[in-house]
Design a protein around this ligand. Structure first.
Ligand code: DOR
Ligand code: ZN
Ligand code: ZN
Length: 415
């Protein structure tokens, strides 16, 4: 197949060219290529498929919130061709047999590629979970899934020493449970309970316990914790971090229940500047769908973001606040590298032809009622944004076009 008249970012320049795709791979990029099957991408920019390090696809006992089908439809509609699923499922992903079971249950039901995080109950579980096919580990410091306890440095140290033997990435929800206190009934009290100090202390514990292992800080939300992580990176620590659309683009003037909570305007601006400067490793969605009743009733935190994350940031590209190249680095190439995905995250000859075509000028209003996600609410509701995904391809096959998922669930499990 040939994709013709697409613009591709080469260096810092958009160049119009054709892409010849064979066996799901970019075989040739150049001008004037012709073929039997052609897809005309006139006026559109071809970007590498996005990689989300942080999504909750739910399914299983939480299928009323999201399923593999609805979550990955949401992903391809938003330009994501690979997502990594979080292990706070029901039941949770804490044993090799559950990892194998989850991999089996996802097969044939996913529209994009999916990898799985698992949570080790202790260091001795690390090897078995990796052998079962998980891509990385996730530690919920403040809300253990099944009695595991990583609230203090010693427990973190033991886990990280074992993870280091396998070069495994360990992602942390770094909020120190000892510093979370108070009522969480309302959005306001919930945010107060999840104070800045809880994140700062959580991050300090990770940095202290990680040794030479690979640690990843999820959804960094405060300027203070950000400085600590940047400084540790400067010292050569193998620590990476992600920033979510909501923490980079919203602050506590918006009412939304999420963990960690929306912070001050100063925090938001500092996080955004870490994206622009390149000190951040990734933009990750933390797509966290719930039923509207649970969310509004204060029983759950988080909201769906896969479908809108790219558009929210393309809008910032249009406003001149971040470069398109930087954005794509943060949403595709760098997260792909962190997860050791081979030949993924770049539009380049020999690379996997999973990609999207975007219209950088198309304007629309965010309308959660049209989400593929089962969770049809968003703190970004009503926001006018410019920049939209028009089509998404997985290994050269069209999966999403113009508001519709058009293929079978052809995604693969990573594992
Ligand atoms: O807001 C959140 N929602 N934060 C988390 O850490 C978990 C997530 C969820 O699973 O809903
Ligand atoms: Zn989290
Ligand atoms: Zn999460």
């Amino acid at each position: 197949m040939i994709v013709k008249n697409a613009k591709v970012l080469l260096g810092s320049e958009l160049v119009e060219l054709e892409a010849r795709i064979e066996d799901g791979v970019f075989k040739e990029l150049g001008r004037g290529l012709r073929g039997d099957v052609e897809y005309d991408a006139k006026g559109l920019i071809l970007i590498p498929g996005l990689v989300d390090l942080h999504a909750h696809l739910r399914d299983w006992g939480l299928s009323y919130k999201e399923t593999f089908e609805s979550g990955t439809s949401s992903a391809v509609a938003g330009g994501f061709t690979t997502v990594f699923d979080m292990p706070n499922t029901s039941p949770p992903l804490t044993s090799p047999s559950r990892v194998r079971e989850r991999i089996e249950s996802a097969r044939g039901r996913i529209y994009c590629d999916v990898g799985f995080y698992a949570t080790p109950k202790g260091p001795r579980d690390v090897k078995g979970l990796l052998d079962a096919g998980c891509s990385a580990f996730k530690v919920f410091m403040h809300k253990p899934l099944e009695g595991e306890d990583y609230g203090d440095v010693e427990r973190i140290r033991e886990l990280m020493a074992e993870a280091e033997r396998y070069e495994a990435l360990v992602a942390f929800h770094a909020e120190d449970p000892k510093l979370i206190s108070g009522s969480e009934d309302t959005v306001e009290s919930h945010a107060k309970a999840h104070k800045v100090e809880a994140e700062v202390s959580g991050v300090l514990k990770v940095l202290e316990g990680m040794g030479g292992a690979r640690a990843h800080i999820c959804h960094l939300s405060t300027a203070r914790a950000l400085s600590l992580v940047e400084e540790a990176k400067g010292r050569g620590k193998r620590v990476s971090f992600e920033i979510t659309p909501h923490h980079a683009l919203l602050d506590d003037s918006t009412e939304a229940r999420v963990e960690p909570p929306l912070r001050s305007r100063m925090d938001r601006e500092r996080l955004f500047s870490a994206l622009v400067s390149g000190s951040a490793d990734a933009i990750a969605t933390d797509h966290a769908p719930h039923s509207l009743e649970e969310y509004l009733g204060g029983k759950a935190s988080g909201f769906p973001s896969l479908e809108i994350a790219l558009s929210l940031f393309l809008n910032e590209v249009n406003r001149g606040r971040i470069g398109l190249g930087t954005l794509i680095e943060l949403m595709s190439r760098r997260p792909a590298r962190l997860m050791n995905l081979k030949k993924v995250g770049e539009v380049r000859e020999g690379f996997v032809a999973s990609f999207s075509l975007i219209d950088l000028k198309r304007e629309f209003r965010i309308d959660p009622s049209s989400f593929f996600s089962k969770a049809k609410y968003s703190p970004f509701e009503g926001r006018l944004v410019r920049g939209k995904v028009m089509a998404t391809f997985i290994r050269g096959e069209l999966v999403y076009e113009d508001g519709e998922v058009v293929s079978k669930p052809i995604g693969r499990v990573i594992g």
